[in-house]
Design a protein around this ligand. Structure first.
Ligand code: PLP
Length: 405
């Protein structure tokens, strides 16, 4: 699907044509996104919001149009609910500080799950330390899906927030976030969805999902690095305090008292990444021109094909095989005597053949510990990958296994 739009895919790695299967870490950028960055700095760069001059007004308009586009992408009720951040990690830290400040007290509880990315664990842990709150963890069932029954038991009068990944960055599993949100709301508990791995792969509708917060990164969806989103329902964002002080987030400043700006600016201190937001709007245009549903369907078929090919290999163990997934497949390779071949060694031999995959703990150590392995090999697809990419990858893997056995 439109491989020719991504110039980096013409690169050679170790004199081999690049097969890029590390999309869960970051995606490559289409020419329109690269052009947008060059265009911004070449033609209308100026600081936003404060200027009366032409360039500043152009920059402001493009930045605010990008916010509108993000709101439409996730079906937010209004662009006031879209806060631009540096990325998913920044969004989660901001939420933990803001929500934590206003809503969490000594003895309160926050719930995350066993399969979270560190970015959706550590900010909550830090909050718990600050406030004397307790972090509770939704366990996994044997098939590596979230144990929803156990989750019901964790929800209590003391629960203030549940924060879970929509799609696991290690396993690719789609978590039952609809059910989690429904159960949490029955108890009046707010839910944050980590959409870092879902927004790029699934059509997202925050109103239908009814999540209170959603976080994601532009760079995982063909957009630039250094830009992310914190979506929050307006009624929540109105209630929560700003996290950082400085320019843009103020209404009036005096030494006696400062009052804060309206949404979403209350949460956006300092010069925003307006070049990034513009480039991201071009990435959204690009994906929408192909069709979000179309992309989701194509990637799903590709991921299923990839998993099928891996399952055929007798010494490969695929994690959560057969589960409903989006984008990523994790596995390990075993020797005939049952010994695990270190995922790092597999990754290096794949790289020597031009195939880029990720190996290690994928910033999800509690999950990797639970699996009882030093790490996994993860192959993850994007819209430009093809069945031929998967075939090259599987052939390269077979060769690596022969060398390592
Ligand atoms: N959450 C999940 C599920 C992720 O996959 C990632 C990145 O891999 C993050 C959070 C952190 O994203 P970023 O590094 O863009 O802040």
């Amino acid at each position: 699907m439109r491989r020719e739009d991504f110039p980096i895919l013409n690169e050679k790695v170790h004199e081999r044509a690049l097969v890029y299967l590390d999309n869960a870490a970051t995606t490559q950028k289409p020419q329109v996104v690269i052009d947008a960055i060059v265009e911004a700095y070449s033609h209308w760069n100026a600081n936003v919001h404060r200027g009366v001059h032409h360039l500043s007004q152009v920059a402001t308009q493009k930045h605010e149009e990008a916010r509108e586009k993000v709101a439409q992408l996730i079906h937010a009720q209004s662009s006031e609910e879209i806060i631009f951040t540096k990325g998913t990690t920044d969004s989660l830290n901001m939420l933990a500080r803001s929500f934590g400040e206003a809503m969490v007290n000594d003895g309160d509880e926050i719930i995350v799950s066993q399969l979270e990315h560190h970015s959706n664990i550590v900010p909550w842990q830090m909050l718990c330390e600050r406030k004397g709150a307790v972090l509770k963890v939704i366990p996994l069932r044997d098939d590596l899906t979230l144990d929803v029954e156990a989750f019901k038991g964790l929800l209590s009068e003391k629960t203030r927030l549940v924060s879970v990944a929509h799609v696991s960055n290690v396993l690719g599993i789609i978590n039952p976030v609809e059910e989690i949100i429904r159960l949490a709301h029955e108890k009046g508990v707010a839910v944050c969805v980590d959409g870092a791995q879902s927004v790029p792969h699934l059509a997202m509708d925050v109103q239908q999902l009814d999540c209170d917060f959603l976080v994601f990164s532009a760079h995982k969806m063909y957009g630039p690095t250094g830009l992310g989103v914190l979506y929050g329902k307006k009624e929540w964002l109105d209630k929560l305090p700003p996290v950082e002080g400085g320019g843009e987030m103020i209404e009036h400043v005096s030494f006696e008292k400062t009052t804060y700006n309206v949404l979403p600016y209350k949460f956006e201190a300092g010069t925003p990444n307006y070049v990034g937001s513009y480039a991201f709007s071009k990435a959204i245009d690009y994906v929408q021109a192909i069709g979000l549903e179309e992309v989701a369907k194509y990637e799903h078929e590709l991921a299923v094909y990839l998993e099928e090919q891996l399952v055929l290999l007798s010494n490969v163990r695929v994690y959560a095989a057969g589960q409903e997934k989006a984008g990523a497949v994790s596995f390990n390779v075993y020797k005939a005597d049952g010994g695990l071949i270190h995922p790092f060694d597999v990754g290096v031999l794949l790289d020597r053949q031009g195939v880029a995959v990720r190996t290690g703990h994928h910033c999800a150590e509690p999950l990797i510990d639970y699996l009882g392995v030093p790490g996994t090999v993860r192959a993850s697809v994007g819209l430009y990958n093809t069945k031929e990419d998967v075939d090259v990858f599987v052939a390269a893997l077979k060769k690596a296994i022969m060398m390592l056995e």
